[in-house]
Design a binder for this molecule. Structure first.
Ligand code: KG4
Ligand code: ZN
Length: 347
């Protein structure tokens, strides 16, 4: 079974061909980082226009690299939400056109669930039950996956998403956009104990997260030291504060839920410090941590194709009159705060 996956929820135009839900035949990602970098964040109107230009060439390239013709595809999977409305619409409208013209089923996919399915491409299947930690530019959600594809929300961010905090702090430090990879790189040269930043909600007994106080603390620290800033030390100390809370809550969730598997997903799951510390500290407790390779953590079409294949096998089909849903939730109707509209990075 060959499924085309289309991802246009934010600023990556991702198109992939995936075979049988796991084998990556091609994975084309046309990112728009240069386009948005001068504004310090994603500009929605520019993003959707760029998707219009980039999507069809990306489909052609994905098919060529996979060595397949459009007619060989068995289904078209597309992200229907959450994300930027205009950007989602470009992907959804195009996917419908391909599905109609090729007479193949259309499968609408939840972007956050697709992030979790990136683990299938890496590890061959999704282990359930498991604790699932989705950390991206728009979301921080700590979940339990009781059965494959079925989620329960434990906690979420009450203000900034993890990636959003990385991007904002990177901006304050003058590291450009996107900020996560830049902080990750710079932090390797810095002392994580250089500055003691707050670890909000670390011992509050909930599974919620809050990053706006940390962001403000970094801002105050930077403004108080013009010209004598230890940039790498601040980056490493900020990252350590984020990771401390993340590791602590994820491991407490595993212990309290009696689960021995943690799945990481989303762009921030590419963070080398989070991966290293979680793997080490989980290993000490005989909990295994699975994550997609860093390249499959950030937005891509492969995770959409993979997630779509599983939905197709369950018999799901998306009607051609279905729309995009910028506010789509990971669990319908649950967790108003965590599952609110993703706040995008443009400020
Ligand atoms: O999942 P994703 O590609 O897009 C959304 O669904 O939002 O996540 C993008 C976010 C950005 O905020 C980016 O700065 C962050 O993931 N990110 C990282 C790293 N790589 C990407 N954050 C921390 N460390 C990284 N290595
Ligand atoms: Zn994403």
């Amino acid at each position: 079974m060959l499924v085309l996956g289309i991802e246009t929820s934010c600023d990556e135009t991702g198109v992939a061909v995936v075979e049988n839900g796991k084998a990556l035949r091609s994975n084309v990602i046309a990112d728009q980082q240069l386009l948005h970098a001068r504004y310090g964040g994603v500009v929605p109107e520019l993003a959707s226009r760029a998707h219009v230009d980039l999507l069809h060439p990306a489909v052609e390239q994905a098919c060529a690299e996979a060595g397949v013709a459009l007619g060989d595809l068995d289904a078209i999977a597309v992200t229907t939400g959450p994300g930027l409305a205009g950007s989602l619409l470009v992907g959804v409208a195009s996917a419908k056109a391909y599905a109609l013209a090729l007479d193949r089923p259309l499968i609408g996919v939840n972007h956050l669930v697709a992030h979790v399915y990136a683990n299938v491409i890496e590890h061959g299947s999704l282990p359930a039950p498991a604790v699932v930690f989705v950390v991206s530019g728009g979301h921080t959600s700590l979940l339990v996956m009781d059965a494959v594809g079925g989620f329960r929300v434990l906690g979420q961010t009450i203000d900034d998403a993890a990636g959003e905090a990385y991007d904002k702090v990177a901006r304050v430090l003058g590291l450009g956009y996107p900020g996560g990879p830049a902080i990750d790189r710079l932090a390797r040269e810095g002392d994580p104990a250089a500055v003691r930043f707050p670890r909000s909600l670390i011992d509050d007994g909930t599974y919620d997260f809050s990053l706006s106080g940390l962001k403000t603390a970094v801002l105050r620290h930077v403004r108080g030291r013009p010209g004598e800033l230890d940039l790498a030390g601040v980056a490493a100390s900020f990252q350590e504060a984020v990771v401390d809370v993340q590791v602590s809550k994820v491991l407490r969730a595993a212990a309290e839920e009696g689960l021995d598997t943690v799945l990481l997903a989303g762009g921030v799951a590419a963070n080398s410090r989070l991966r290293a510390r979680l793997e080490r500290e989980a290993g000490d407790r005989r909990v295994r941590v699975l994550a997609p390779s860093p390249g499959l953590c950030t937005d891509n079409g492969a995770m959409v194709a993979c997630c779509g294949t599983f939905a197709l096998e369950r018999g799901e089909r998306t009607p051609l009159d279905a729309g995009a849903d910028p506010n789509l939730r990971i669990v319908p109707g649950v967790g108003r705060r965590a599952q609110r509209r993703p706040k995008r990075r443009h400020r």
